[in-house]
Design a protein around this ligand. Structure first.
Ligand code: 13P
Ligand code: SF4
Length: 296
């Protein structure tokens, strides 16, 4: 089965068996009957599939397709951070390595972070890692004052230019600005809607506006355009004025040619230390079970 994230090239999204956001992809990886999972996405996503389906062969077209957010949380430093906050429940975003998941109590994605945090009593002390923007957004939404946040970020979502988005809004005054919660607060403040990739896609389908400025990775616009052929989608630009749109370098390391070779040779394969895998599976299963109960 070929699973692809919304940030993949459009040609890859079009040949995949299933396209989705991080939560939907992990749910699909957990329930697929296929013997081989080819993951068109970044390493932590393929690794999550392997954690959930250890007996299956999990392939990724480029084993070096990493993630700056996952890299911003090294396990040894995180272990020391945890020691500073005893009796805290650790909630980690799925954008982490298996080692970080093994140090986590419950995993979350941007689709269910709010509900996962809300599933815990208000009195429970929480460590949220690794994305500071998503963490601060959730902290504000849930009015929790006992949540400490790891200082990590995604280089793609952090580099949107407020100035260039405001300039676009002047050109398209009736366009709605919609943003992923990994964006900096200055972008979230001016947004009409904030949500995970699938929430943003669903919003463009249910909402009545005809134009949108999209502050998340460029790849999602392919699905937005397919679902809404008569609407206009404008990519929010990054700080670097030579770029019109904001691509994730790591997601775009996966090409159709690499995907073809990966299917042909069944390489490269994602492998994991069994002890880490077993520990990392527990918080992912907790997330899946809470999400199922809440109908997410
Ligand atoms: P979601 O798929 O949860 O929206 O996350 C976005 C992302 O940055 C994936 O790398
Ligand atoms: Fe990681 Fe950001 Fe790329 Fe998502 S968009 S894979 S969080 S670097």
């Amino acid at each position: 089965v070929i699973l692809a994230h919304y940030y993949q090239e459009s040609e890859i999204q079009d040949i995949a068996d299933f396209v989705g956001d991080s939560l939907a992809l992990s749910q699909e990886a957990a329930k697929t009957k296929a013997e081989i999972i080819l993951f068109a996405g970044v390493h932590f996503m393929a690794e999550t599939a392997k954690i959930l389906s250890p007996s299956k062969k999990v392939l990724i077209p480029d084993i070096n397709a990493g993630c700056s957010l996952a890299d911003s949380c090294p396990p040894l430093e995180f272990e020391k951070f945890k020691q500073l906050y005893p009796n805290h429940t650790v909630i980690s975003y799925v954008n982490t390595t298996a080692e970080i998941k093994a140090l986590t109590d419950i995993v979350c994605t941007s689709s269910n972070a709010l509900q996962i945090v809300n599933s815990l009593p208000l009195s429970e002390k929480i460590i949220f890692a690794p994305d500071r923007n998503l963490g601060n957004y959730i902290k504000e939404q849930t009015l929790r004052d006992n949540m400490v946040i790891w200082d990590g970020a995604c280089h793609v979502h952090e580099r949107f230019s407020l100035k260039r988005i405001v300039e676009l809004k002047k050109i398209y005054p009736d366009a709605k600005i919609i943003a992923h919660p990994e964006c900096d607060k200055t972008i979230l403040i001016i947004s009409d809607f904030i949500g995970s990739t699938s929430a943003l896609l669903n919003y463009t389908i249910s909402d009545k506006a005809e134009k949108y400025i999209i502050a998340t990775e460029f790849g999602i616009i392919h699905q937005m355009q397919k679902s809404n052929p008569n609407k206009l989608f404008i990519a929010a630009p990054p700080e670097d004025s030579s770029c019109a749109c904001n691509d994730c370098y790591f997601m775009k390391m996966i090409t159709l040619k690499k995907l073809y070779n990966c299917l042909k040779y069944e390489l490269p394969e994602v492998t994991l230390d069994e002890e880490i895998r077993r520990k990392a599976e527990i918080p992912i299963r907790r997330m899946l079970s809470i999400s199922e109960k809440l109908g997410l």
